[in-house]
Write a protein that binds this ligand. Sequence first.
Ligand code: ADP
Ligand code: MG
Length: 240
Amino acid sequence: MEDAFIRIRNLKKIYKMGDEYIHALDGIDLDIKKGDIICLLGTSGSGKSTLLNAIAGLEKPTKGEINIGGVELTKLNEEQLTIFRRLNIGFVFQSYNLVPTLTALENVSLSLMFKGEDKKTREQKAIKILKAVGLEHRLKHKPKEMSGGQQQRVSIARAFVDNPKIIFADEPTGNLDSKTTEEVLNLITKIAKEHNQTMIIVSHDEEVTNFADRTYHMQDGKIYKIKTNEKGEETNEKAN
Ligand code: ADP
Ligand code: MG
């Protein structure tokens, strides 16, 4: 692909456990366009999180290339990777990873601390995005005072607050019921499309594929199938 924003070539990650070698990633090639919503689908242990963590620069691959917007991640040191993540990437996790002692507003504005903005600007940005995810009435609530779906909305607000180029979501709906799952998927894909952000959603749940432009099926550290979502057909199928 000529216009790939994320370009991965022959990516391998081998873990050594005693005498055993685990090929968590076994030669991954991937081209992702800017603004695309991608689903990495596979059963537990297929290598999805390892791939996501490698693309996010959180885990060094054993071999291969990861190029994002012209930057070769495997050539960056830890400090450069930290800066790269801070400037370009937002994360949504299955378990929300909110700070339990902080309110929704504080959790979201905290992530702007490193950007050198004053408190007022941080709060304004945080309130704006918390409104966008439908939590304007929960600004002062702490995580345990909110439902799972609401906590995930806070973590979505935190991921999007500084308008990152890329959003990584690892099993973002893994702890949510099916109705909330659909709401959360609708929300994150809508925000990402509005801002032309590239999003990679990792999941074992087929439901996610309905919200993605393309789905990469993974097994044993390999991509064995790629499916592109034909938008027109999907609307017809949802007859009620
Ligand atoms: P998924 O996210 O699809 O469930 P993972 O990427 O977490 O799968 O794991 C892929 C494979 O790599 C699994 O077999 C897992 O046991 C193994 N693995 C993951 N992380 C490590 C690690 N830190 N050390 C050793 N093996 C690991
Ligand atoms: Mg995983």
